[in-house]
Design a protein around this ligand. Structure first.
Ligand code: URA
Length: 436
């Protein structure tokens, strides 16, 4: 490093503003190891406590992006637009959204993460598809993108390596909850994908990273401002995560829900959030310039089976077995499937996403530690939602478990997370705010 690390850390500790050059120097120290672990922890804590002005966050984001390889897809003529969600329970939107917007002429070079804790990750859901590969070389990733309009890969060590070390240190130093650090972490990886535009789905509610709406709005504003400062088009939606999205929670079960939704029934909330994000992607990509015609185009492509064709093409290109589209039993199934029944008549008065997300993790469907293995088949399928009228003995949900004992414990917890009462409650708006 050219600067003395302790001096830069102290400057941030005392509320000073770091220059672009100083931030680049710190990030180079993160990558080449000349910034020690204690120094990195101290720097992150100083940022967490004192924040950063937008110019500092933008400089940090670009330095982190440039710490690794930045993809370029000059061979792909389509507008390259991605979507990123801050994560939620039952959020399988990417699996539907990518073929949907690809069918409409967008290219989606999507590098996604694995799940940690109660929020699932797209890469874990894709791993439930027999044969599907997400460990693509950059050349293969670009080939798939060109051929079918979207490619989905796990982040390689070449993409934003500074974020790997910074995120791991944040995780153990109480510095995850910082808007400049979240912004730079998310956008450095997304900008390295070589995109022209990004739509952010910032989740808000009990099972979201940001529980309070004012915190979620602050994150949304930071992401949009920094993305634009970095030279890409940005739009963002603030969406509800006070209830799960769709009916299926758990990797393989969520894939089943997506495959069925390609040409069959799709839960209303999943369809509405997917379409709202897809419309923003089409607008950013200039496919149309009004939301109504974007929505009409997307609905037509979905209804006419074009989205399913694109999904099939991607599946073939990424090594998956396309027979799953016609035979869902090829996805496999957990050995114990037990119903959760309503103990009384009334209305479903809550569907607690955080409690349900934790049940899925404890069944083995999510990770407590980054090194944990995932059981793709376990999870929960909801049969009723908030406000539904039910009679005693009606099935509220099915638990899919590896053992009978795990199924029994999980079923008790699911019943507690879905109480039945006398008052009929309705879900609030799914899309709470839009920024474009
Ligand atoms: N996702 C990321 O990639 N980074 C964060 O800091 C938070 C969510």
């Amino acid at each position: 490093m050219q600067h003395h690390p302790a001096r830069l850390i102290a400057k941030k500790r005392d509320g000073g503003e770091l220059t672009r050059d100083e931030i680049h120097d710190l990030v180079s120290g993160v990558v080449d190891g000349t910034l020690g672990d204690a120094q990195l922890g101290a720097f992150l804590m100083a940022v967490c406590c004192n924040g950063m002005v937008p110019a500092e966050t933008a400089a940090l984001t670009l330095a982190m992006r440039d710490s690794g390889r930045v993809l370029q897809h000059g061979h792909v003529a389509r507008p390259k637009i991605d979507k990123h969600s801050t994560g939620g329970v039952g959020d399988k939107v990417s699996l539907l959204l990518a073929p949907l917007v690809a069918a409409a002429g967008i290219a989606v070079p999507m590098v996604s993460g694995r799940g940690l804790g109660h929020t699932g990750g797209t890469i874990d859901k894709l791993a439930a598809l027999p044969g599907y590969r997400t460990d693509l070389s950059i050349e293969r990733f670009q080939h798939v993108l060109e051929q079918c309009g979207y490619a989905m890969a796990a982040p390689s060590a070449e993409i934003a390596p500074a974020d790997r070390r910074m995120y791991a240190t944040r995780d153990i130093s109480g510095t995850v909850e910082s808007i400049p650090l979240i912004t730079s972490s998310i956008l450095s990886k997304k900008l390295a994908e070589g995109i022209d535009g990004l739509v952010m789905d910032v989740k808000c509610g009990r099972a979201a990273f940001m529980v309070q709406e004012h915190d979620a709005v602050a994150l949304m504003e930071s992401l949009v401002a920094v993305g634009r400062a970095a030279g890409i088009k940005m739009a963002a939606l603030l969406t509800d995560m006070d209830h799960p999205l769709g009916h299926a929670l758990g990797n393989s079960l969520e894939v089943v829900e997506v495959i069925q939704a390609l040409d069959g029934p799709c839960p209303d909330d999943l369809r509405d959030v997917t379409l709202a994000l897809a419309v923003e992607m089409l607008l950013l990509g200039g496919v149309t310039n009004d939301a109504d015609s974007a929505r009409a185009l997307l609905l037509r492509l979905w209804r006419d089976g074009v989205v399913k064709q694109v999904f099939r093409h991607n599946l073939e290109l990424q090594g998956g077995d396309p027979r799953v589209l016609d035979d869902l039993s090829l996805l496999g199934r957990a050995p114990h499937v037990v119903p959760v029944e309503a103990a009384r008549s009334g209305f479903v008065s809550d569907v607690d996403p955080l409690a349900l997300g934790h049940v899925v993790v404890d069944l083995g469907g999510g990770r407590r530690q980054p090194s944990d293995a995932i059981d793709p088949h376990v999870g929960i399928v909801l049969k009723h939602g908030l406000g539904d009228a039910v009679q005693t003995g009606d099935v509220l949900a099915f638990v899919h478990a590896r053992t009978a004992a795990a199924a029994k414990t999980a079923a008790e917890r699911v019943a507690a997370a879905m109480p039945v009462g006398d008052e009929r409650r309705r879900r609030g708006a799914l899309v709470k705010q839009r920024m474009a």
